[in-house]
Design a protein around this ligand. Sequence first.
Ligand code: NA7
Length: 539
Amino acid sequence: MSNTSLPDQPLDAIIVGAGLSGMYQLHTLRDQLGLRVKVLEAADGVGGTWYHNRYPGARCDSESHSYMFYFSQELVQSWEWSERYPQQPEILRYMNHVADFLQLRPDLVFNTRVVAAEFDEPHNLWRITTASGQVWQAKYLITAVGCLSSANVPAIKGLDSFQGQWVHTSAWPHEGVDMRGKRVGVVGTGSTGIQAIPVIAEQAAHLTVFQRTANYSIPARNAPLSEDFKRHVKENAEEIRALMQETPNAHCFRIEPRSALEVTDEERQAIYQAAWDKGGLQFRATFNDLLRDKEANDTAARFIKHKIQQVVHDPQIAALLSDIDHPFAAKRPPIDSHYFETFNRDNVQLVDIRSHPIECIDADGIQTTQAHYPLDTIVFATGFDAMTGSLLRMNISGRGGLALKDAWHAGPRTYLGLQVPGFPNMFTITGPGSPSVLCNLPPQIEQHVNWITDCIAYLQTHGIRQMEADTAASDDWVQQVNEAAHATLLPQVRHSWYLGANVPGKPRVFMPYAGGFARYRGICDDVAAQGYRGFHLIA
Ligand code: NA7
């Protein structure tokens, strides 16, 4: 049940988005601070990213016991995951469980897309317009719109003329896509493509994979969780939470305190082999310099490329799949269930669109500069206009009518990824400039929401009307985000969506903060402890 009637009086806060961040933010502001709050959500249910991404094989790359809230012991004790990496339907069930457990539904307003948000300076209010023309008003605007919510559908000539069905993985039809007996093409071999391809290959008559950039992938080794492990999680919730808060990526594992170059070749191979057998993102935690030192990284890259060549039978296909042009984990490292093995199937073909790009799509399929591939279904696993896309499409304008898209014409500029100068009383959960996509998200969402909640409590009790990030503090933060990125190998990737390089015309700025979650948390805490240093607080 949702409440769609407009309140007579302005609210204290409007939150946009009913994913994990929007739901937790509603809980803290409403139930801890006693504020009047609503969450506006475009979809007809909770879940955010996990509501929309229903493609075959969709599952979380974070281990299930790290992909949940830990702020409430009761909530932890009330839930059990079934697998090491939960599938999308189970994650969506968890989200609905959170909504019910925290009794959030009366304040969730579904089927309500925000099309504009304007700061009304004289009244010190945000006016938020929805697609149906409703105008909501609130003192605080909090965006909880996710980092990967704005689909990137490539503008390929002729797509409209395609007579079959095409779909982007993040807008998967709820009724599913029937692949049986179909010739299916998948464009894109990022984390999503790598999850979807093995499952689609089992369903379709024939699958053609269009690969622009070959990618590393580590076996996930997914499996059902044992009763012992489920009990371990419940009994050690505080320790698990503390561990995630101490690690750079907010995962449940530590990075080994040794260089890949300080062990013998034999030891290194044994370490990589053990990590390969164990599976998962932990592979990149085997050494502490894989993301900082190219020579160290090369050792991991060589190991994985060799594995690909062992797994894939056809040497030409193996060569294409292992011809990877970037350092390991410098792009988001996928994990998989039988991805490379899928290319040994008779009904799967790999097409190299780096050497022979897609020219156009016609009624019957995809035309590259080399050949025509007849298809019934095209699946775009082509990623997102990440981090800024969902914020910019809300048409937000701040002080003096300043449009966010103009404020960010040269790339996102924030203070701590939490506020934007010129946009008073607006907070961005996991926005650009915060660790966001470089981290396991639930712990970071908890950290952001807690920080925003403490901050709003401070503003309310100190009679502060407006809080706004200082321009110089924001410029300095942008510089720190840039320096943190350049201390790693991350900016070296040509096509990286961390840089916005996957969307034509998007400014190339490294968007997430790469200095690590633990360090970031410390910085945010210091800023708060110093009376919100770098923010203007106007009584
Ligand atoms: P990604 O990681 O952005 O991957 C998108 C893939 O699509 C990648 O292989 C791209 O190749 C390819 N792509 C993008 N545009 C095109 C065009 N125009 N033509 C051909 N190929 C294209 O998105 P995902 O959805 O896989 O993953 C996003 C995150 O979701 C992931 O990191 C997890 O956090 C969950 P490219 O590498 O750009 O050459």
